[in-house]
Design a protein around this ligand. Structure first.
Ligand SMILES: [Zn+2]
Length: 376
């Protein structure tokens, strides 16, 4: 098989305290250092954060393009970078998850490959069928079988797109088997994804049929397993790049994450701040806390495009108003948190930093579990 894509992925530095690492990725003529965070952008919607502050990576979804013929034609004509007016790296997700959720139609992998070839994203995700926490083991096994068939088809019919195979498994044995099956199709993938973790990490209602002892510990074990199975590949875990979970996942040795949380939280009226959970800008009766005096001091320092040049009162007013300025603020904080993590990694202090971000809090025990694995 001839691969026309040029991808280089090298590990530059491995953290001694936990599993974090710093790597270099080069795809065609674009170079970048990991860890990476890809903010998810729904095509056709505002705001477009890269038009307001520098961004290196962006994730879009094939679903948004395939469902809108006008956009499809335009993207195919100009290419995705030009269409978005974005110079950084673009990852295109296959839309498998959305198609599955909406039960609209069963998209063919050939359609996705065709779109990738024409749109030219830097990374194209294999059409996968994420597992469901509501379904039985055997239903989920069928989903994985379909994902594996798509992986085989897409890698064999790929032209010059860097394709990311995605692993799924709700037991460690199944995940190990999945790694082996993907390796049979591509023995040394430069990029590998891991999916189906979102509901487990965020404590959603999991069917008893799946027999998880501790969902969040499973996420940690599963990620470690895949990290060890593919030590030299860029590892991307899907959907778990919140301002809190990013520190947990990077500490596990994950190189790359994505999130649409910057928009979702803004849609609920919530803002993000470094090291602080979701907050309402002003008191509201929705079960979420509003800003404390200490958090107002943190907000006062924010220099995002929404907050810049404003007094604290003006900032709060803008963030309490329409969706776009609040989403933009959140996007900026997500990127800032990535930068803060990278800085701590470069200083050899990522363990202390991640601990400070995760403890106390919802992921406190998960962090302890991870530290325990490292020091066994
Ligand atoms: Zn701000």
């Amino acid at each position: 098989m001839i691969f026309l894509i040029e991808i280089d992925f090298n590990i530059d530095y491995k953290d001694k305290q936990l599993f974090s690492r710093r790597c270099s990725l080069r795809i065609n003529n674009r170079s970048i250092k990991t860890p990476l965070l890809w903010l998810g952008h729904p095509i056709g919607f505002e705001p477009r954060p890269w038009e307001h502050f520098p961004m290196d990576t962006l994730m879009v979804n094939a679903y948004d393009i395939l469902m809108k013929p006008k956009i499809y034609n335009k993207v195919c004509e100009t290419g995705i970078h030009k269409f978005l007016n974005f110079d950084g790296l673009v990852m295109m997700d296959s839309g498998g998850f959305v198609f599955q959720k909406k039960e609209e139609l069963d998209v063919e992998p050939s359609k996705i490959i065709e779109l990738y070839e024409k749109a030219g994203p830097d990374i194209g995700v294999v059409l996968d069928h994420p597992l469901s926490i509501q379904k039985s083991m055997s239903d989920n096994r069928k989903r994985w079988k379909k994902t594996l068939q798509n992986t085989d088809f897409m890698i064999k019919n790929n032209g010059d797109i860097a394709l990311m195979p995605v692993l799924h498994g709700y037991t460690l044995n199944e995940l190990k088997k999945a790694c082996k099956e993907v390796r049979k199709i591509n023995d040394n993938p430069k990029i590998i994804g891991l999916g189906s973790l979102v509901p487990l990490l965020f404590n959603m209602k999991v069917s008893k049929k799946l027999k998880f002892k501790n969902c969040r510990n499973f996420v940690i074990d599963a990620t470690r397993l895949v990290r060890e199975e593919f030590p030299n590949s860029l590892l991307h875990t899907f959907g778990v790049g919140s301002t809190k979970t990013m520190h947990l996942m990077f500490s596990l040795g994950v190189d790359s994450l994505d999130s649409t949380g910057w928009r979702l939280k803004a849609a609920y009226g919530n803002i993000q701040l470094p090291g602080v959970s979701d907050r309402n800008p002003t008191p509201r009766n929705n079960g979420r806390a509003s800003l404390s005096d200490g958090e107002k001091i943190i907000l006062d320092e924010c220099e995002c495009p929404t907050c810049m040049g404003k007094s604290l009162e003006q900032k709060i007013k803008s963030l309490d108003g329409p969706f776009p300025p609040r989403a933009l603020h959140n996007a900026y904080v997500y990127n800032q948190e990535l930068e803060n993590y990278v800085k701590s990694l470069e200083q050899g202090k990522s363990k202390e930093f991640a601990e400070g971000r995760l403890k106390p809090g919802f992921f406190s025990k998960s962090f302890d579990y991870l530290v325990n694995i490292k020091y066994i």
